[in-house]
Design a binder for this molecule. Structure first.
Ligand code: SAM
Ligand code: CA
Length: 247
């Protein structure tokens, strides 16, 4: 039987593991959410993919389980059918999406790295949802430019999840606003950027956090004044801003 100290240490370890994903002030509270309502309801394939991803050196990039649960429910609520994802990594948010869509639903998924996608692919295949995914390896921008060129793609997406190169979000937005349908949603991920959006200028930030911070701040300002959308910034995961196209 584990001693109290051992138990406390393992709890602390788990909090650390998930703490970076939480913008709540209390790791214990975040752990409570995960253990009470997220992990017990997490579909088996998502659990398998989460555990597989945890062993990968870049696991910090994965979507957290609570955000995966949120995306899955959101997609069902809006009856999404035609969707897009920019930034796949090993596919946790992709799987959350694929499981929520009807059998003839579609996800255009893009990432510059195919290797990581292929790491998670066997789990997605086993879950029986791989047929919904059209994976394109390479930078997303040229694909978006191509899609925008053809008018029949305009207003054709129900949901678009953007979780890739933060320095391009504003450029993605210019194109995505054409591609999402009126009444459809774009979700920009990591818009609270590790809490750094409110850090004082001299705060000690990791190099990549500091580098992308200004782009995130610019995006947040631009979305807040964009009359083509209604927005809602949620403190889920690392912050997700939902944009509903209204015109
Ligand atoms: N949504 C993923 C998940 O649930 O695990 C996490 C995505 S991770 C934070 C960001 C991903 O964006 C990386 O896999 C990276 O290779 C990809 N990426 C970076 N620049 C990109 C670009 N220009 N076009 C497409 N994908 C890009
Ligand atoms: Ca993210």
């Amino acid at each position: 039987m584990a001693t109290n100290t051992q138990e406390q240490q393992s709890q602390a370890g788990r909090h650390q593991e998930v703490g970076h994903k939480s913008l709540l002030q209390s790791d214990a509270l975040y752990q409570y959410i995960l253990e009470t309502s997220v992990y017990p309801r997490e579909p088996e394939p998502m659990k398998e993919l989460r555990e597989l991803t945890a062993k990968h050196p870049w696991n910090l990039m994965t979507t957290s389980a609570d955000e995966g649960q949120f995306l899955n429910m959101l997609l069902k609520l809006i009856n999404a059918k035609n969707t897009m994802e920019i930034g796949v990594y090993t596919g946790y948010s992709l799987l959350a999406t694929a499981l929520a869509l009807p059998d003839d639903g579609k996800i255009l998924a893009m990432d510059i790295n195919r290797e990581n996608y292929e790491l998670g692919l066997p789990v997605i295949q086993k879950a029986g949802v791989a047929h919904k995914i059209d994976f394109k390896e390479g930078p997303a921008m040229p694909v978006l430019d191509q899609l925008v060129e053809d008018e029949k793609n305009h207003g054709s997406y129900d949901f678009i999840f953007v979780d890739a190169d933060k320095d391009n979000y504003i450029n993605y937005h210019k194109r995505l606003i054409e591609l999402v349908k009126v009444g459809g949603l774009i979700g920009y991920d990591n818009t609270l950027w590790n809490g750094s959006v409110v850090a004082p200028p001299d705060a000690p930030l990791r190099k990549y956090v500091r580098y992308y911070r200004d782009f995130v701040l610019e995006l947040n300002k631009a979305l807040a004044v964009d009359p083509r959308i209604e927005i809602c910034m949620l403190p889920v995961g690392d912050g997700i801003t939902l944009c509903r196209r209204v015109k």
